[in-house]
Design a protein around this ligand. Structure first.
Ligand SMILES: Nc1ncnc2c1ncn2[C@@H]1O[C@H](COP(=O)(O)OP(=O)(O)OP(=O)(O)O)[C@@H](O)[C@H]1O
Ligand SMILES: [Mg+2]
Length: 145
């Protein structure tokens, strides 16, 4: 966490593929930071949902990744980048109910195919870029009212 010259508060967390014991820590850290800053509850809830879903996708599908957040007077920008298999058809992956989660992941309660649609719904700006065999980057912006 650092305060840069423009008054933006930044933070980063490393994400580890397959590590379900630490999964959720990155989104919790952001939630704590937003709470400390006195951000409105509704905005915190949207940021926490979107970030948690993105974090879980890295844990489930990728080898490793990073979550970066930037909190400015205008809003929150969150970037989640991973090294992983990438997504061949982003249009398909964005559809509600589409999931390639294996059975053992479904047994843990994941794999409803709702993560990406929920991230988009909870963001004011949502972008996803992916290169098959390299990885995926999701960027989300939530503006303050
Ligand atoms: N970071 C990623 N790397 C590779 N594939 C991904 C990544 N994120 C999503 N996907 C692909 O997109 C599909 C849809 O993702 P989404 O998060 O919407 O649903 P899910 O993870 O399958 O289920 P849920 O999020 O509801 O538990 C995934 O099943 C997977 O095939
Ligand atoms: Mg998901």
């Amino acid at each position: 966490m650092a305060l840069n010259i423009e008054g933006t508060i930044e933070g980063s967390s490393q994400l580890i593929g397959g590590d379900f014991t630490t999964a959720g820590e990155a989104s919790t850290l952001l939630k704590v930071k937003l709470t400390e800053l006195g951000v409105a509850e509704d905005i915190i809830r949207r940021a926490a949902i979107a970030t948690f879903e993105a974090e879980m996708n890295v844990v489930i599908y990728a080898a490793a990744g990073w979550l970066h957040y930037y909190i400015s007077p205008q809003g929150i920008r969150i970037r989640i980048e991973d090294m992983g298999p990438g997504i061949a058809d982003i249009g398909l992956a964005m559809q509600e109910g589409y999931s390639t989660a294996p059975d053992w992941v479904r047994e843990m309660g994941w794999g409803a195919g709702m993560g990406l649609p929920n991230m988009k719904r909870n963001s004011d700006v949502f972008t996803i870029d992916s290169v098959v065999g390299e990885g995926t980057t999701v960027e989300m912006v939530i503006n303050f009212p």
